[in-house]
Write a new protein. Sequence first.
Length: 296
Amino acid sequence: MQIDRELYPFAEHWLELEPGLRMHYVDEGPRDGPVVLMLHGNPTWSFYWRRLIKALRATHRVIAPDHIGCGKSDKPDDSRYAYRIERRIDDIQQLVRELELGELTLMVHDWGGMIGLGWADRQPEQVSRLVLLNTAAFGLPATKRLPPSLWLARNTALGAVLVRGFNAFAVGATRLAVTRRPLPKAVRDGLVAPYDSWANRRAVLRFVQDIPLVEGDPGFELIRGVGERVGQFDDRPVLICWGARDFVFDDHFLRVWRQKLPHADVHRFADAGHYVLEDAGQEIEALVRGFLGVGA
């Protein structure tokens, strides 16, 4: 997997979750520094956090794992790994435990919200701050319909072929998830590099297929419970940076976050898309540095 080293210059680290199953993670900064845990979504990987990793690693220990099936992590078949939300929460719990991480700032995007807040719901005392970027930790808002493109990928054989055979989801996102300006080729290539074959796109499809919509769906009760309790984090600092032109995590989701975390510091970027860190990276970097008390 060829990645531009100037964009992503980080050393590789590995955690063996179980025999023959390795999770890759970035671990930058002083080992005794305050910890920031960054959790990506779908179809991204730790590459998505590259700008904030560089901005914070002088003062913070920054941990950014690749979920199984994503990035540099192993990409097992379904017989070896359950591509479900509960297992992914378990993975993060194991990472945090084995790295002996204490209190930390949790930073999440897309599926990282459901995974990260699912873990935080188990260990709320370990989360000192939250940074939320176009994500959710609750079910689809009552006012929101699942976009047709996600419905197609989630529910049809044609969608599966488009995602795994043509890489339509990952490649499409590099065009449609940014709205201010097109991504440079090196960034587009970096975002999609791990998803270079039918086998290596399994997780991209499984994430979409795992979206819990109705009772009986795997993960539905788990996510409903986490969503009901997410207000417990309103007693600590929360920063929300939101791309308003996200066609999935749009203002319907932001309204729910405002209801559940009414004391959050919310910054809505009217012209930014789902990949809000790509569209509004400079602004968000400044906000995060200020939020964490990092000097200029």
